[in-house]
Write a protein that binds this ligand. Structure first.
Ligand code: HEC
Length: 466
C-alpha cells in the first residue's frame, strides 16, 4: 500500500504540468476577452475551464499522496497544499460562473481569472521551492537581485583548485562532494532523515539517529557507516539508486573524519601524505598539473615502498627521503674499499626508478656503460658522478634526463666534447667540471662562466645554453 501511494504520488510532478498550461492559458484568454467589451468569448473556453479544474484537482490529489512520503519542509508544504487547493477552487468557480452568467458575466470571470493566475503562480513557486530548495530560482542571480528577493549576497565562488596543498580541506574537498551527491536530499526544504548536509554546522548537528559525524571515529559516524555499506543495503547512502560516491571519494570522507573533521585548513597542514594527496586529487578530479607538484617541482609521487628501500640498503646504498614531506629519495653509494660499483647495483636503482631525485655515485668506480642505466631515472634532479673513470662517450646517455639541474663531473675523464652533451640538457643549471680536461676557454665560448673556485658554472638565466 505504501508503495502504491508513493508510486501514484510521484506522478504529481508529471501531472502538474498539465493544469499549469491549461490554467495559465484560460486565465489569460479570459482577461483578454474581459478587456475587449465588443468581442464575445468563444464557448470553447468553458470546456477549457472544466478541463483545467479536473486536471488541477487530480494534481492536488496526487500531490497529497506524495506529501505522505515525508521529508519536505513542513511549512512550505502546508502553504503549497493550501495554494494548490485555492487554485483548484478558483478554477472550479470560474467554470461555474461562466455557466451561470454566460457572456454577461465577463467582468466577474476576469476577476476570477486574475485570482486564479495569482494562486497558480504562488502554488507553483512554493512547489518549486519544495523540490529544488528556496534558493533555486535565485541561485545564479546577480547579487542585487538576490538581495531584492531576500537572499544573502553570495561570496565570490571558490576558484577551482590548482594547488592541492593550498586547497581547503572542507570548502574545496568535503563540501563539494556532499553537494554533488548528498545535498539534494539533505537540504532545508527536503530534510531526509532529519539531517542537513548543506553547511559544516548542520553536518555536525546530525540527524534523527544522532551524530552524523564524530571526529576521529568512523563507526560512530553515521555518515561514514552509510556511505560504506554495501550498495544493496537498505541504509546505503545515497539512497534511491542515486549516483554514489566513488571509492576514492568515500575514502576521502573517511580520511576527513579520521583527521578530526576539521572545518577549514590547507591540505598541506594535514600531514602532506602523498597517498592522501593522490586520493584527494582523484576524488575531486584535480589533475596533477605543473602547479601541483612536490616541493621539488616534480609530480607528486607515493613514497617508494619499504621493500624497495630495504633492498637498496642491503646493497650498500643509503636511501633517505629528500625531505619529510616528499615522496622522492636521496641516494648515496659508499663502496667498500676498492670494489667498483657492479652492474647489479646499478640495475637495482631501477626499482626506485620514479623516486630517485638525488643520486650520489661519486667515487664509486662507475663505468661509461653503466650511465645508460642511470639515464633511465627520469626524475633525477641532482647527479654526482665525480671521481669516476667516466668519459665523453658515457656522458652522451645523460641527454635523456629532462629534469636534471645539477651535475657533478669533477675529476672525471671528460673533455670539451662533453659540453655538447650538456648543451642538450634542458634544465641544467649547474655543472661542476673542475679537474677535468675541459678547457675553460671552450666552456666560455659557449657562454659558460668560470667561477673563482675553478668550477664551470652554467648561468641559470642563460638561454643559449639550453
Ligand atoms: C535520494 C535522496 C537521498 C540522497 C541523495 C542521500 N540521502 Fe541520506 N537519507 C535519505 C533518506 C530518505 C534518509 C532517511 C531514511 C534512512 O535513515 O535511511 C537518509 C538518511 C541519512 C542519514 C541518517 C540520518 C539520521 O540521523 O538518521 C545519513 C547519515 C545520510 N542520509 C547521509 C547521506 C550522505 C552522506 C549522502 C551522500 C553520499 C546522502 N545521505 C544522500 C535520502 C538521501
Amino acid at each position: 500500500m505504501e508503495d502504491l501511494i508513493l508510486f501514484l504520488g510521484r506522478f504529481h510532478v508529471l501531472a502538474l504540468h498539465l493544469p499549469i498550461g491549461i490554467l495559465a492559458f484560460v486565465a489569460i484568454a479570459e482577461l483578454y476577452f474581459g478587456f475587449r467589451a465588443k468581442v464575445s468569448r468563444p464557448a470553447l473556453i468553458n470546456t477549457i475551464w472544466l478541463l483545467g479544474a479536473i486536471s488541477a484537482i487530480t494534481a492536488a490529489g496526487l500531490g497529497y499522496l506524495l506529501s505522505l512520503s515525508g521529508g519536505y519542509n513542513e511549512e512550505t508544504l502546508e502553504l503549497h497544499l493550501i495554494w494548490g487547493l485555492i487554485t483548484s477552487a478558483t478554477t472550479l468557480v470560474g467554470w461555474i460562473a461562466f455557466g451561470i452568467k454566460g457572456q454577461r458575466g465577463k467582468g466577474w470571470v476576469s476577476i476570477i481569472a486574475g485570482l486564479q493566475l495569482v494562486s497558480l503562480f504562488t502554488a507553483g513557486h512554493l512547489g518549486g521551492n519544495l523540490t529544488h530548495g528556496p534558493e533555486y530560482l535565485f541561485e545564479h542571480a546577480p547579487n542585487p537581485i538576490r538581495s531584492l528577493a531576500g537572499f544573502a549576497a553570495k561570496g565570490a565562488p571558490r576558484s577551482p583548485v590548482s594547488d592541492l596543498a593550498q586547497a581547503d580541506v572542507f570548502l574545496d574537498v568535503v563540501q563539494p562532494l556532499l553537494e554533488l551527491r548528498c545535498v539534494s536530499c539533505h537540504n532545508p526544504s527536503k530534510i531526509k532523515g532529519g539531517l542537513l548536509l548543506d553547511t559544516y554546522a548542520n553536518i555536525m548537528l546530525g540527524g534523527e539517529s544522532g551524530a552524523s559525524v564524530t571526529p576521529r571515529n568512523l563507526s560512530g559516524s553515521e555518515l561514514s557507516v552509510r556511505i560504506n555499506h554495501d550498495p544493496e543495503h537498505d541504509d546505503y547512502m545515497p539512497s534511491g539508486g542515486k549516483t554514489p560516491l566513488t571509492a576514492a571519494q568515500a575514502q576521502v570522507m573517511d580520511w576527513w573524519i579520521l583527521s578530526g573533521a576539521p572545518e577549514s585548513g590547507a591540505l598541506a597542514d594535514f600531514g602532506n601524505d602523498a597517498d592522501i594527496f593522490a586520493l584527494i586529487a582523484e576524488a575531486i578530479a584535480v589533475k596533477i598539473t605543473v602547479t601541483n607538484l612536490d616541493e621539488l617541482g616534480l609530480p607528486i609521487v607515493t613514497p617508494a615502498s619499504r621493500d624497495v628501500i630495504m633492498k637498496l640498503e642491503s646493497l650498500g646504498f643509503d636511501a633517505t627521503p629528500v625531505s619529510e614531506k616528499s615522496g622522492y629519495l636521496d641516494i648515496d653509494f659508499y663502496r667498500i674499499v676498492d670494489e667498483s660499483i657492479s652492474d647489479e647495483h646499478v640495475a637495482a636503482l631501477l626499482q626506485a626508478r620514479d623516486h630517485i631525485a638525488w643520486l650520489n655515485l661519486g667515487d664509486s668506480g662507475l663505468q661509461d656503460h653503466q650511465i645508460e642505466t642511470i639515464a633511465k631515472l627520469s626524475n633525477l634532479l641532482k647527479l654526482d658522478l665525480s671521481k669516476n673513470p667516466v668519459t665523453d662517450a658515457g656522458i652522451i646517455a645523460l641527454r635523456s634526463l629532462p629534469n636534471l639541474e645539477t651535475l657533478n663531473l669533477h675529476a672525471t675523464q671528460i673533455t670539451d666534447a662533453a659540453l655538447t652533451s650538456l648543451d642538450k640538457l634542458p634544465n641544467l643549471e649547474q655543472a661542476f667540471l673542475w679537474s677535468t680536461a675541459v678547457n675553460p676557454e671552450a666552456a666560455s665560448k659557449r657562454d659558460y662562466a668560470q667561477n673563482e673556485t675553478g668550477f664551470v658554472v652554467i648561468p641559470e638565466d642563460d638561454e643559449s645554453s639550453k
